[in-house]
Write a protein that binds this ligand. Sequence first.
Ligand code: ADP
Ligand code: ZN
Length: 529
Amino acid sequence: GPTGADLTGVDPLEVLRRVFGYDAFRGGQQEIIEHVVGGGDALVLMPTGGGKSLCYQIPALVRKGVGVVISPLIALMQDQVDALRALGVRAGFLNSTQDFDERRMVEAEFLAGELDLLYLAPERLRVDATLRLLDRGTISLFAIDEAHCVAQWGHDFRPDYLALSALHERWPTVPRIALTATATKATHAEIAERLNLADAKHFVASFDRPNIQYRIVSKAEPKRQLLDLLRAEHAGDAGIVYCLSRASVEKTAEFLVANGIPALPYHAGLDARIRAKNQSRFLREDGLIMVATIAFGMGIDKPDVRFVVHLDLPKSVEGYYQETGRAGRDGLPSTAWLAYGLQDVVQQRKMIDTSEGDDAHRRRLGTHLDAMLALCETIECRRVRLLAYFDQDSTACGNCDTCLTPPESWDGTVPAQKLLSTVLRLQRERRQKFGAGQVIDILLGRKTAKVIQHDHDSLTVFGIGEDLREAEWRGVVRQLLAQGLLAVEGDYGTLVLTDASAEVLGRQREVLLRREPEKAAKPARATRS
Ligand code: ADP
Ligand code: ZN
């Protein structure tokens, strides 16, 4: 094999074939690689699974010296380095999991010019000894992986990353390539600014993942809905099921196992050894399901993940897109399936209201949530909405739930007025705020204990909503929230009016709603393309 072979100056395509065993570059790789080989700075935006790694690995091999890769994925460094070594690439890493001797050995290899690639955890760069070490070797390039970590707008901001802007000052002639799968214009601009990448060439790949079928359903009995999906469409397939809390991860994994479906839990509360073991089983064995919090998945490269399920609403479209992007890296048909309900909105609002940080931070979280809700409640093609979020134009895809079974829309102005005026009456006449459950009970004319206790059956709006089912009313609430015509606040998720509510109540604005299906329609399985 090519172990230790000097590839300096060799043609990138030749390196792709000889070292990595692939025939051809994929969308954009060649241009990016040539630019970096030529010494240029680059900002690369490519969806998860797009093939970012080769964009710095090949230039590191072709240019003289060691490519230094800054990556927050400490848990994966060993795997990444092992995989490269198996291909004959001389790779090593430095992070906090190593003992003194291990670090010493890697440092010695670096200094002796015996490495092609050196992976570093970002916090290493805050250690002066690391900077002095780098000074004594020859660096071919800096690759900054998961570059959105530098941006407040990204969803996993890391203060460590701010130190990276200093790289350019210390090594002004070494090219830098920053890579991310997170790419709204705002994140994009912030990465360029924070990393001093003003002169970098921007490479923006298409964010479309045509083989992924996006589906969003309303949540009724989530575990049962999940089981139906798996049995009907994904028997024996590997997949990831995301839950918000550790407790629901555990419960869902147990539920699947009890129903004869092999599943493993993964969350930050588990012992590190169990986490590592579950992760490696998921990667190596066939047909396993990983039930996880979002702590799982960054940097995971398993090509045949056939589905990604969200049993709770993701906090942002960017997070949702990264998580669902882990499906179908092999290009075969895959499913992204999300179940969400009113309770998700209430819970997330509460989390935002009580989150640490300043008002601006909370507003930002609120904006992220609103965008996610708008995606859930859209009657347009999901993919068009998703790509539009990343500032990319597209046309209806034919492979998402709204394309396959177009939801009916209906004029919901009157029900919206009924609901908003109930909230208004509670607020004005009683100086009270209640959650969706009580408001819906009032609309449906239900004499529950709580209705009687608060004398809500004497309100003039009591029973004015009997023409809709409870599930439909919950749909109305959700959609009014998504459209900003209603808001939810506080510990108990109480409903409150917004400025825009007045327009509906004053008949200046019509409300278009998406019909709640009796039972979620199941679109046909995507065809192979
Ligand atoms: P990303 O970091 O963008 O999520 P990776 O770099 O992990 O993506 O690549 C995703 C998968 O695609 C990997 O299995 C990788 O080996 C494979 N891959 C990348 N480039 C090519 C290519 N030119 N031809 C074939 N497979 C490729
Ligand atoms: Zn579509």
